[in-house]
Design a protein around this ligand. Sequence first.
Ligand SMILES: [Zn+2]
Length: 154
Amino acid sequence: MALQEVIVEIRERNGLSQEDMAKKLFVTRQAISRWENGETSPTIETLKAISEAFDVDAATLLGLPAAPICQSCAMPIQSFDDLGTNADDTVTTEYCAHCYKDGAFTHNRTVEEMVEANLRFLEEFNAQNGTAYSEDEARSILKMHLLTLKRWHG
Ligand SMILES: [Zn+2]
């Protein structure tokens, strides 16, 4: 379900008119109407407000699979603060906040440099997942994995 449909669904489930929802979120009725038509998208701040007001998590609100990963660095995107932002302060669901901010990549890495950057978290990764990858093993696995992501394939 796309964001625009999720907003309609949340509003109707709570028995609210566009006017009622607008008041609750401190926006105009026109703003709600534009989101529902898909003409514009809520900003990251508004998404957080919707999430709090109606108790829906980031993935549900954005219509994402349970644990999407950043298509640049492979980090799981779990909360609003993990989401990359576009130039108009709406969110992208493809890239994380570390990789993509205000409509552009925050760094100009090659895939090899991205692998090396991720390798800094190898000990933490091994500890969290009960694995014991050596740096060399992790390097080749990571590179294969990253090359399947949108930013790096093709
Ligand atoms: Zn990322």
